[in-house]
Design a protein around this ligand. Structure first.
Ligand code: JFZ
Length: 434
């Protein structure tokens, strides 16, 4: 009897979660936001929290098993005197990025915004007393940059946060936590974030994977996602869970790899039909790391952006702001140089989708209407074969100066005859097809 009852409960549970999943129908506004998101192609990720002061990345609290009460004392000394939201947003805009994703609360548990639901926040617990999220939101609105919020499901500080495979030695008393209380807390904060800061482009969740040691753990995501869509239907929901997307999500996120590639071991999931985004660090760390000056070259950054576009994905490129409130100088220089390239070649990136010729070792293609942009990133020859059979190529020009490019056709496709072996950062040939 008992067994039957359990089966019955299981069935009810499964049906309920199925209905919750099937119920998600993105609104018109949401679908429009998804394609605008894809058009934007390039965003800047900012990892900023108390961890910036320790200057060893955002995982220091758990990596060094720092006691949560001791760690919290950092807040009393957090005074990023040079913080200027307008300056940040202007530098980011100059790169050609169209949106910023900011860590409102990372795994350390410190809220970088004014919140009623915890005093452990930048306004109440620091001498700085300024809501940097509000200042960023205002600067973004002024500069026409979209704002996305990173929000951690993990919290290494709160006693009610259930402990997963990280943050187990931060001295908190109760590993099980109090899920009901913690879930309510997160939803309260999400409500604040989606009420007090104007239209938000996306909520970017992270930390689901912390409970992969407990397969039965239920994050109750459908209800949380529904809350977000209720508050702002156009707000996109993304989750860095490294799985194929769950119901209620609007974008698929990849970490440190292009979709379909998995060199870092964090992106083995299959590629879905949702808008794609991949995030990558400009040096090697997300949060500010004082010893890491190993910044990727401007060429590498541009190549990554172009390759993402060729795979139909956005690039979310990260910078870890300093504890004094400034962006690292090298990062600002990179932003400027990527921006110079984007002001010339943006047309071949913004508003495009992955092109009809799949990515190759030599580069990728992007496409908008009847224009196919051939991005040659790495070619040793003066000619390039493109397997285009279903479409007719009417015209080929060098994108930069519109000089004609000769091409010949054969039954397998076309061969572009270039004036020289390309040495540009990205030698773009523009094809008109039909
Ligand atoms: C996550 C965060 O932990 C990290 O701090 C940063 O915010 C990045 C963008 O996202 O990265 C991960 C995700 C998963 C694991 C480790 C780091 N994991 O499964 O161990």
């Amino acid at each position: 009897m008992k067994k039957h009852f359990i089966t019955f409960l299981l069935l009810v549970g499964m049906t309920a979660s199925l209905t919750a999943q099937q119920k998600y129908q993105p609104t018109e506004a949401n679908l429009k936001a998804r394609s605008e998101f894809q058009d934007n192609k390039f965003g800047i990720f900012l990892h900023w929290g108390l961890y910036a002061m320790l200057a060893t990345g955002e995982w220091t609290m758990t990596n060094n098993n720092l006691n949560y009460k001791e760690y919290a004392k950092l807040a009393g000394g957090f005074y990023p005197s040079k913080f200027d939201a307008d300056k940040w947003v202007a530098a980011i805009k100059a790169s050609g990025a169209k949106y910023i994703c900011f860590t409102t609360r990372h795994h350390e548990g410190f809220s970088m915004f004014d919140t009623k639901y915890s005093d452990y926040n930048i306004v109440k617990a620091t001498p700085f007393k300024r809501d940097v999220v509000k200042e960023l939101a205002d600067a973004c609105a002024k500069h026409g940059i979209k704002l996305h919020f990173y929000y951690s499901h993990i919290d290494w500080y709160r006693e009610d946060a259930p402990q997963g495979r990280t943050g187990r030695r931060t001295g908190r008393p109760n590993p099980k936590g109090d899920w009901k209380s913690y879930y309510q807390f997160m939803n309260n904060q999400l409500t604040e974030l989606l009420t007090n800061y104007g239209p938000i482009g996306a909520i970017w969740f992270d930390g689901w994977w912390d409970q992969d040691i407990n397969p039965d753990f239920d994050w109750e995501l459908p209800e949380q996602y529904a809350l977000i869509h209720r508050l702002q239907p156009a707000c996109l929901v993304g989750n860095n869970h490294h799985q194929t997307p769950f119901a209620g999500e609007d974008i698929q996120i990849f970490e440190r790899d292009l979709p379909g590639e998995n060199t870092a071991g964090l992106s083995g999931q299959s590629v879905s039909h949702l808008p794609l985004e991949t995030c990558e660090t400009m040096n090697g760390m997300w949060g500010y790391k004082i010893t890491d000056q190993n910044y990727k070259s401007t060429k590498t950054l541009i190549h990554y952006l172009v390759k993402a576009a060729g795979k139909d994905a956005n690039l979310l490129m990260n910078i870890g702001p300093q504890p004094d409130g400034e962006l690292p100088e090298v990062a600002v220089q990179r932003l400027k140089e990527v921006g110079e390239w984007m002001s010339k070649y943006g047309e071949t990136i913004y508003g495009t989708r992955g092109g009809l010729v799949a990515p190759h070792d030599w580069g990728v293609t992007t496409q908008k209407g009847n224009k196919l942009y051939v991005h040659i990133l790495n070619l040793q020859d003066k000619a390039l074969f493109l397997p285009i059979v279903d479409k007719k190529v009417k015209k080929a020009v060098v994108f930069a100066d519109k000089t004609p490019v000769r091409f010949t056709k054969n039954k397998e496709g076309i061969v572009l005859e270039l004036a020289k072996v390309p040495t540009d950062v990205d030698y773009v040939v523009e094809l008109t097809i039909d």
